[in-house]
Design a binder for this molecule. Structure first.
Ligand code: AR6
Length: 168
């Protein structure tokens, strides 16, 4: 069975142990997938987020899932794309790695990632997809405890682009 699956879905509907949020460093909500997660989880999420004191780019922090089907939310702060000369690729990789480390620490077996930084933060989709896929693949090699990782996209064109990237 393939441990990594690329799917098109609204991440807030997935019944997994944890979903990852593409947050900003305030961790206090926003637009895009962040807004959708806060709406679906309910106002208690913001209350818990207030206690976290934000996070730096590349870092991740965990909360409960509240009204979501997912038990936990891992809030990762992706880099804004400035053209590729501000360490954006490494910072995006760190988002995936730090989220996966939190998953291990919390005995999470199934986790779903959105395509971090590829919306409002303008990271080129194909580069981001390559980093996401490779980072998860390498991590799973070393950490067989994680059973399933969904890489979630939100449009047919992103799904097609992702499939092309991983065939290379
Ligand atoms: N399910 C799955 N994927 C989604 C969903 C959803 N419900 N909604 C959007 N996407 P973005 P970023 C996809 O902009 O680029 C926020 O305001 C979307 O198509 O949500 O990391 C935060 O507060 C895109 O591919 O996140 C930050 O300020 C991907 O999720 C900032 O935006 C990420 O797009 C973060 O920007």
């Amino acid at each position: 069975m393939q441990k990594i699956e690329i799917i098109k879905a609204d991440i807030t509907t997935l019944k997994v142990d944890a979903i990852v949020n593409a947050a900003n460093s305030s961790l206090m909500g926003g637009g895009g997938v962040d807004g959708a997660i806060h709406r679906a989880a309910g106002p208690q999420l913001l209350e818990e987020c207030r206690t976290l004191n934000g996070a730096k780019t590349g870092e991740a922090k965990i909360t409960k899932g509240y009204n979501l089907p997912a038990k936990f939310i891992i809030h990762a702060v992706g880099p804004v794309w400035y053209g590729g000369h501000k360490n954006e690729e490494e910072l995006l990789k760190n988002c995936y790695l730090n989220s996966l480390k939190l998953a291990i620490e919390n005995k999470i077996k199934t986790i779903a990632f959105p395509s971090i930084s590829t919306g409002a933060y303008r990271f080129p989709f194909d580069r981001a997809a390559k980093i996401a896929y490779k980072t998860v693949l390498d991590f799973l090699d070393l950490h067989p405890d994680i059973e399933k990782v969904f890489l979630v996209v939100f449009s047919d064109s992103d799904l097609e682009q992702f499939s092309r990237v991983i065939q290379k």
